[in-house]
Structures are given as structure tokens and as C-alpha cells.
Write a protein that binds this ligand. Structure first.
Ligand SMILES: C[S@@+](CC[C@H](N)C(=O)[O-])C[C@H]1O[C@@H](n2cnc3c(N)ncnc32)[C@H](O)[C@@H]1O
Length: 374
């Protein structure tokens, strides 16, 4: 077998794997309703098995569970909209589905969990309720970029910013709205399908076409519930019209693995990472790559914790370093650190009404690639 035949073979295998994954993600969105309703039915069944005297103590409980079912139906309608909207945008030949695909690529429990997280992520990026988290995480990054890479008020090109692991794209979109030439990069189909739905579903003609969709991000929560009303709470999105970018703006979203997509040296004026660097198998390769793709004088702004995504995952390589060591790596790779701020409180897809509150002590880092290597 020649090298190229072997290579073509492995490219085809990759394509097939990707097509299966694509279908599995779509099926996960489709299965949200069945899965979430099954959980409510179990809650109902368990309640009905209580002694009558106990049930009588909470005469309204079955009505609450009915309310949860209604919210699940509404979330499912959004999931189906997401599925529908990615038909045209993503489905090329290799992704064409057959009825057979629908049954053979069943969602895994972890995929169903990702659908539930994606709904919470909509709250974080595209709702008024998410403003608290965006102020904690995106605002410090935006402030640093504004200060260090001022926009060109006259003619001429504005600085370029890359946002790897951009989730549902709000940070990248905000930077583009200000005038930066901004690209968001993301490899998760869950995120890509959903951001495509949000960014492209809003009709471009209408200035006030926002708040048009409703989700119930917390409806699958059953522990640490202070009141059921807080579980049923609705969130409207998007809180802004995503189509309202200035005519001269340049905003793009690129699908793919950060390390595969960005290899060209001296390309970007700025790389902005938020809750991203800990997604690496090897964080050093991310830091080296960020250094490589920045132009001399370019700025890396990072904010986030170190929740290493692959730590303790079977069959997944992972190295875990302390933040002290990250700083050492950043310096040794060649960056000059101009800001190293610690202990910034921030939350991630947090339900403020929950009796369990997770909060991170994040680090904000601003590092510059020197103009010369000397
Ligand atoms: C914790 S989330 C943060 C998302 C967003 N930056 C925010 O703050 O809401 C990390 C994101 O990085 C994406 N991601 C992880 N590894 C990636 C890679 N190698 N290339 C591109 N995206 C990646 C994940 O899919 C996920 O959306």
C-alpha cells in the first residue's frame, strides 16, 4: 500500500468518525426531552409510592412536577430549533444522515449532560441573567484589550483578536462589536450548533429582534433546591440582537481544534482565553502555540481557573501544573508578563438560587510577546 493510499484511508476514517459524532450530538439534542421527562417520571413515581399520609402533607407536589414537565417541553423545543438550524449550516455531504444513523448513534449519558450544560451556557453568554458572570470573566479581558490594543479611530485596520475555546461566542462577538477583527474558535459540536442557532437565527432586518426565545436552564436540578420556583425560572435570550454588528465589523467563528487550526507564526495581535487553557492535554503546547501565533508585541490575555479537563480521565493524557508553574512556563516560553492578578471571584453557569454555590478564584494574566527575541 502506498503512503497516499494509507493517508486517504485514515482521512476517510476521520471523516466517518466525525460524521458519527455529528449525528450523535444531533441525537443528543433530540433525546433531551425523552431523557429529562424520564427523570421527572421517576420523581413522580417515587412520590406516589410514599404513604398517603405523607403525600397529603404536600398536596401541591404533583403540580410542581407537572410544571417541570412543561419547562422540559419548552427546553426541548429550543433543542429541536438548534437541530433544525444546523441542517443547512453544517450538513455537507459527509454529514448526510440516514434514518439508520438516527438509531445507531445513540446519545451517551455524558452527551445528554452536555445538552443540559449547553442550555446553562446560553444563560451565561446570551441572557440578562448571565451579565453577572460576563462582568466577572469577559469584562476584565475586554478592559485589558481596550487598554493595550486601542482601536483605530480613523481609517485603517483594527487589531486582530483570536478567542480559542469561545463556547457560545459572546466574548468574541463583543470584541467584534467594538471594532476588533475577531475570530472565535471552538471544537465542540454542542457549542457550535448552539452558537450558530443564536448568531444566525435572528433576522438581520430587525433592530429589536431579541429576547425571542425562552429556556429553563435549571429545570433538571433536584438537589439543593431552595424553592421549586427557582428551578422553574425562565431565561429569555438573546439579550441583544446578535445581528447588530457595525457594518464594518469583521467577526467569524472557526470550527476545529485550536492546535490544528492555528499554526501560522506571527499572525494575531491578541489571543484572549477565558476558562480555556485547562482544556489542554498538555497546557504547555497551548502556551507555546499562543506565543507562536502572536505577532511580536502581541498580547495574550487569559482569565480562568485550572480545572484540568482531562485530569483523572481514563485513557486521556493529562499533565497538571500549579499556577506558579504556569507562570514559570509562560516566562520560559518567552513572554513578558505585564499583569498577574489572582483571586478574582467568578462563577461558571451558576444557578444563583441553588443551595450549592461553586465559585472559582480565577487568575488574570496579561503577557506580551517581545518585539525581538534578544
Ligand atoms: C470551559 S469552556 C469555556 C467557554 C467560554 N470561553 C466561556 O468562558 O464561557 C471551554 C471551551 O473550550 C472548548 N475547547 C476545549 N478544547 C478545545 C480545543 N482544543 N480547541 C477548541 N476549543 C476547545 C470547549 O468545547 C469549551 O466550549
Amino acid at each position: 500500500m502506498t503512503d497516499s493510499v494509507e493517508q486517504n484511508g485514515s482521512i476517510m476514517e476521520e471523516d466517518i468518525e466525525e460524521a458519527i459524532h455529528f449525528t450523535r450530538v444531533l441525537n443528543s439534542f433530540r433525546s433531551y426531552k425523552k431523557d429529562a421527562l424520564a427523570h421527572v417520571l421517576t420523581m413522580e413515581k417515587n412520590f406516589l409510592q410514599l404513604p398517603e399520609a405523607h403525600r397529603k402533607l404536600l398536596p401541591n407536589h404533583l403540580n410542581i412536577l407537572s410544571g417541570i414537565k412543561t419547562c422540559v417541553e419548552q427546553n426541548s423545543a429550543i433543542c429541536m430549533e438548534i437541530v433544525k438550524s444546523c441542517g443547512n449550516a453544517f450538513q455537507n455531504k459527509s454529514y448526510e444522515e440516514t434514518e439508520n444513523d438516527k438509531t445507531t448513534t445513540n446519545p451517551r449519558p455524558m452527551d445528554l449532560d452536555k445538552v443540559r450544560t449547553t442550555l446553562k451556557q446560553i444563560m451565561r453568554d446570551w441572557s440578562e441573567q448571565g451579565q453577572v458572570e460576563r462582568d466577572q470573566c469577559y469584562k476584565p479581558i475586554i478592559d485589558e484589550i481596550n487598554q493595550r490594543l486601542p482601536l483605530n479611530k480613523d481609517s485603517g485596520l483594527n487589531p486582530t483578536v483570536l478567542v480559542p475555546g469561545c463556547g457560545l461566542g459572546r466574548l468574541a462577538w463583543e470584541l467584534a462589536r467594538m471594532g476588533y477583527i475577531c475570530e472565535g474558535n471552538e471544537f465542540s459540536f454542542f457549542m457550535l450548533f448552539t452558537s450558530n442557532f443564536i448568531l444566525n437565527r435572528t433576522p438581520h432586518s430587525s433592530a429589536d429582534n431579541f429576547h425571542q426565545f425562552t429556556i429553563h436552564p435549571w429545570v433538571t436540578q433536584k438537589c439543593n433546591v431552595s424553592t421549586w420556583d427557582s428551578v422553574l425560572a425562565s431565561v429569555r435570550f438573546p439579550d441583544v440582537n446578535p445581528a447588530l454588528l457595525p457594518p464594518s465589523s469583521r467577526f467569524s467563528m472557526a470550527a476545529g481544534d485550536f492546535l490544528d487550526c492555528y499554526k501560522k507564526q506571527n499572525t494575531w495581535n491578541c489571543v484572549a482565553t477565558c476558562y480555556f487553557i485547562d482544556t489542554a492535554h498538555n497546557i504547555i503546547s497551548y502556551i507555546e502555540r499562543i506565543f507562536h501565533i502572536l505577532v511580536p508585541g502581541g498580547v495574550w490575555v487569559n482569565l480562568g481557573p485550572l480545572l484540568y479537563h482531562y485530569a483523572d480521565m481514563p485513557h486521556e493524557p493529562s499533565v497538571e501544573f500549579s499556577y506558579e508553574q504556569i507562570i514559570q512556563i509562560v516566562k520560559n516560553v518567552g513572554f513578558e508578563i505585564v499583569k498577574d492578578q489572582r483571586n478574582l471571584d467568578s462563577t461558571y453557569v451558576n444557578n444563583p438560587s441553588s443551595m450549592l454555590q461553586y465559585s472559582y478564584k480565577c487568575c488574570l494574566l496579561v503577557a506580551i510577546k517581545p518585539l525581538s527575541n534578544s
